[in-house]
Design a binder for this molecule. Structure first.
Ligand code: ZN
Length: 213
């Protein structure tokens, strides 16, 4: 069963299935589908269709069958197996990158009580963990590229709604927001970006080169 309100959109799942995403985004999607049965089922459908098309175009008569029938043929109608889940805050794909669960993270303060830990960075994107104290807001910002935020613990709220464990928010250059951690529990997120954020306020802009966000 799944209770995830904000799921990864199909284009990102397809990008993951075809290996087209930057590595930083791969990590977020892999972690998200570990927490979200619906997103994992959609991903497996894309992988099955992609694999079948590559293996034998003749076997899958896409013109005559609906997508559901095609998928049932490919998968034999069997439900997808659940991935192995290690106990803890972080799902397995994230634990393998961090080298453990929450207590293994080497946090660094980036100001306003917010901590971060960069997990991966290359010319195509950066993946980082952010820990925002309960009730605290991040500076208002917009985006030069794509930002994917997956909640692992606690929750945050912004102009788009409330995001809790397993929820993913995808922001692009059209989105400007001020995420605020919900009261009660610190919010830990896994965030992937492919470009630097655009902060609205003067102080965050000045601090940005030092924080590397
Ligand atoms: Zn953002």
């Amino acid at each position: 069963m799944t209770d995830i309100q904000h799921q990864a959109p199909d284009d990102l799942l397809m990008g993951y299935a075809t290996g087209a995403l930057p590595q930083a985004f791969d990590l977020v999607i892999a972690t998200h589908v570990s927490l979200c049965d619906d997103a994992r089922a959609r991903l497996e459908a894309f992988e099955a269709v992609g694999g079948a098309v590559l293996e034998d175009l003749d076997q899958v008569d896409v013109a005559e069958d609906s997508l559901e029938q095609t998928l049932a043929k490919i998968t034999g109608g069997a439900p997808a197996e659940r991935p192995i889940v290690m106990p803890g805050t972080f799902p397995t794909p994230l634990q393998s990158v961090v080298g453990g669960d929450e207590e293994a993270v080497r946090w660094r303060y980036v100001g306003r009580g917010v901590k971060q830990c960069v997990l991966h960075s290359d010319e195509n994107g950066t993946a980082r963990l952010l820990k925002i104290p309960a009730g605290r807001s991040m500076p208002e910002h917009s985006h030069n590229g794509t930002e994917m935020t997956l909640v692992l613990k606690g929750a945050f709220r912004d102009e788009d709604g409330v995001f809790a464990r397993g929820d993913i928010e995808v922001a692009d250059p059209n989105v400007s927001h001020t995420p605020i951690a919900e009261p009660g529990e610190d919010c830990i997120c896994l965030v992937a970006t492919d470009a630097r954020l655009k902060f609205q306020g003067l102080l965050p802009r000045i601090a940005q080169p030092f924080l590397g966000i």
